[in-house]
Write a protein that binds this ligand. Structure first.
Ligand code: 5GP
Length: 122
């Protein structure tokens, strides 16, 4: 599937719609999720046009990939959730229930987050 340049995160990157930014560097932007599921819920996205984890890991440079991973770790420390623990995840494609087709990592923390997935969902 071709990258959709009109997805909501592409518009945020272009400054066409606002975000509550918490970090920006050469390769990465991070901002608060508009509909937080935990006291800390931040989205970390590459500046490059990558649709998903599939696309990102196939096409991004080593520098872009390193920047994403380092940003997630640094943000956890900066946001004060590293000591007590946190979760980061990326939904990918249909089975992953990805809604916005620009690669992003969710960073959650600030309360006990429970099990990773519901067992009843199989
Ligand atoms: P996905 O299901 O694709 O992994 O998650 C998309 C996330 O983007 C959701 O948690 C949703 O709340 C968030 N989101 C959708 N639109 C916006 C927006 O315009 N601004 C911000 N900050 N987050 C958004």
């Amino acid at each position: 599937m071709a990258y959709d340049p009109d997805n909501i995160f592409a518009k945020i990157l272009r400054g066409e719609i606002p975000c509550n930014k918490v970090h920006e560097d050469e390769h990465v932007l991070a901002f608060h999720d508009i509909n937080p599921l935990a006291p800390v819920h931040v989205l970390v996205i590459p500046k490059g046009a990558y649709e998903s984890m599939n696309d990102f890991t196939a096409k991004a440079s080593d520098a872009e990939i390193a920047a994403m991973f380092r940003a997630v770790g640094a943000l956890a420390r900066d946001l004060g959730i590293a000591a007590e623990g946190y979760r980061f995840l990326s939904n990918c494609g249909g089975h992953g229930h990805q809604e916005v087709p620009h690669f992003h990592v969710h960073l959650f923390g600030g309360r006990p987050l429970g099990r990773m997935l519901s067992r009843s969902a199989g």
